[in-house]
Design a protein around this ligand. Structure first.
Ligand SMILES: Nc1nc2c(ncn2[C@@H]2O[C@H](COP(=O)(O)OP(=O)(O)OP(=O)(O)O)[C@@H](O)[C@H]2O)c(=O)[nH]1
Ligand SMILES: [Mg+2]
Length: 257
């Protein structure tokens, strides 16, 4: 068996991380591949799946709020740092599964995992060499050119912070009309089309800043490869899996072992 791959599902609150973690595992199981799910969100309520490993077994947001008299946001920050103290247990738990893929559902607010040192620490501790970020762009926030750019900047920021291979996903693609999906695809294929749309959208006072931001995006990627996914019919998951396999195994399928 090859060394396992850690996939971190990261995105803004409500972007579909937990759902995609679930859908990805379903797809893996259907294909006869082995995967385990890890919930790293101590405040998660009503997860769409039952995690194989659950940070809530070690840390409870409610208990932290009560013990330290913190509000939900302060408690989330305290929890984010406490997760790092439990990585040894989490690692042992993961190792007990002997699986191919570890699907990690990160906390609702992206900044808890991406901007705090605890996130970096967890990645390095679990496996720095076989980890990838599956970054979810929420279509509800990416329908306008400026919204799309803001989402891309967060994606670049995540890449800058965690310094891991990264795939960009357009989650919940099923809520977009065909026309909306085409426009977003055009923006991702052509920085010029994106810049053109930003210029049409923004008042001239913003134009100079928009150009500078567009240049940053161009420097990172000439073409932004976006993987649309949707929870119905496991839409887009096979392409996402192939992209991850390509990065780590040169495209070789697990089943070919
Ligand atoms: N139509 C549609 N809705 C989706 C999809 N994925 C998620 N949703 C819905 O979007 C909402 C948020 O989904 P979650 O998977 O909980 O998102 P999340 O990023 O884990 O949310 P937090 O952890 O709370 O930040 C839920 O109501 C989901 O049912 C999808 O592919 N299609
Ligand atoms: Mg979630």
């Amino acid at each position: 068996m090859k060394e396992n791959i850690f996939v971190y599902f990261i995105g803004t609150a409500g972007s579909g991380k937990s759902t995609l973690t679930h859908v990805f595992k379903q797809w893996m199981n259907q294909c006869g591949n082995d995967a385990v799910t890890v919930n790293l969100d101590p405040g998660a309520e009503n997860l769409p799946y039952v995690p194989d490993i659950d940070i809530r077994d070690w840390i409870s947001l409610k208990e932290i709020m009560d013990s330290y008299e913190l509000g939900p946001n302060g408690a989330q920050i305290a929890c984010a740092d406490m997760i790092a103290l439990n990585t040894d247990d989490i690692k042992k738990s993961i190792e007990s599964f002997k699986t191919d893929y570890i699907l990690i559902d990160t906390p609702g607010q992206l900044e808890l995992f991406v901007f705090r040192e605890a996130g970096k620490f967890i990645v390095k501790f679990l496996n720095p060499n076989r980890s990838i970020v599956a970054y979810l762009l929420d279509p509800a926030l990416a329908k306008t050119a400026s919204g799309f750019v803001s989402q891309l900047l967060l994606s670049i920021n995540t890449s800058f912070r965690l310094d891991l291979p990264q795939v960009n996903i357009l989650s919940k693609a099923d809520i977009l009309s065909d026309e909306e999906l085409e426009i977003i695809k055009r923006w991702s294929n052509s920085p010029e089309a994106l810049e053109d749309s930003i210029n049409k959208e923004n008042a001239s006072v913003h134009r100079e800043m928009s150009e500078k931001i567009s240049n940053i995006i161009k420097e990172f990627q000439d073409e932004i490869k976006l993987y649309p996914t949707g929870k119905e019919n496991l839409q887009g998951v096979e392409d996402l899996y192939s992209a991850i396999q390509l990065i780590f195994e040169g495209g070789e399928d697990l089943l070919s072992d």
